[in-house]
Write a protein that binds this ligand. Structure first.
Ligand SMILES: [Ca+2]
Length: 301
């Protein structure tokens, strides 16, 4: 034992004797007193962070009273800051931005995704035989429970049951397809349950102020291209979305008033959003059993 340690030992023993305490050990000076607190008394790291917003709420107005305006370096908690913080938290938790980001060999089913700038969404992910993971944005069936004949706002935020028939929501489809280049697959089952499909190598929905207009790339498939071809004065590609309370079609009439929300022109060659009415020209004239629309990123610019 070194000289200073002996001196310290003597001091402590004297003090302990005075207090009538037995076996008091010398604390090595390198150890800071707070590190010797019992574990249950230690303040966890980050504990004081909870007081920061409260402090800021008090301090910012106080700055204004004392100095006329808050200092530039002082940031008030605002709705925008809060949203940014939420966004960062979700990124930390690694909630996938779409179904494509699910781990390999994930089965088809219901998952939570969070596209960029979107709230978390409960969606149905369809995994095909090639392990492509598709985010399903629409499903309809001949025996559907839902009416489909909904307003602009209801189509904006979506409706239905992700396990059965549903519309994901124009706003969420727009946010999904804004974060990458996506392709789309339209799947149909005709009245004999024969399957048909139409792929477009680019798919996106424009923003709301542009009417959630449909943007499609090149076609491939078996159902026939009735979305980008101009036929009987109608083409769906680049048309704005119309609902019963918003006529944005190019016809003299109001197509959505009769047939529910869709990208109408004059009026349609394809309409998959009807109640017991699923239409794809030359496949089924309203009498298809099922439809499904699903998307996945291609990474092609
Ligand atoms: Ca019209």
């Amino acid at each position: 034992m070194e000289r200073w340690e002996e001196k310290r030992q003597e001091e402590v023993e004297r003090e302990a004797a005075w207090r009538d305490v037995e076996h008091v050990k010398v604390l090595p000076r390198a150890i800071k007193p707070h590190a010797l607190q019992p574990a249950h008394l230690k303040v966890p790291f980050g504990y004081y962070r909870r007081f920061i917003p409260k402090f800021a709420q008090i301090a910012a107005p106080l700055q204004e009273v004392l100095h006329g305006h808050p200092k530039e370096t002082f940031k008030r908690p605002t709705a925008i800051n809060w949203e940014k913080e939420q966004e960062q938290n979700f990124q930390k938790k690694k909630i996938p931005a779409d179904c494509d980001k699910l781990p390999k060999n994930s089965p088809s089913g219901v998952y939570v995704i969070k596209p960029h700038l979107s709230p978390p969404l409960v969606v149905y992910c369809h995994v095909d035989e090639d392990d492509n993971r598709w985010t399903v944005i629409q499903k309809n069936s001949k025996t559907t429970e839902i009416t489909w004949h909904e307003s602009w706002t209801t189509f904006k935020y979506g409706f239905g049951n992700v396990m059965k028939d549903f519309w994901l929501g124009n706003e969420y489809i727009h946010l999904l397809t804004s974060q990458n280049v996506y392709m789309v697959r339209f799947l149909l089952k005709d009245k004999s349950d024969k399957e048909w499909y139409a792929d477009y190598d680019i798919f996106s929905l424009d923003k709301e102020v542009n009417g959630y207009a449909l943007r499609l790339g090149r076609y491939s498939g078996t159902a026939g291209d009735y979305l980008t071809v101009f036929d009987t004065n109608t083409v769906h590609d680049n048309m704005k979305f119309s609902t019963k309370d918003k006529d944005q079609d190019r016809s003299g009439s109001h197509c959505a008033a009769s047939y529910s929300g869709w990208w109408y022109d004059n009026c349609f060659l394809v309409q998959l959003n009807g109640k017991s009415y699923i239409y794809w020209k030359n496949v089924c004239l309203g009498d298809c059993n099922e439809s499904m629309i699903m998307i996945r990123p291609t990474g092609i610019c």
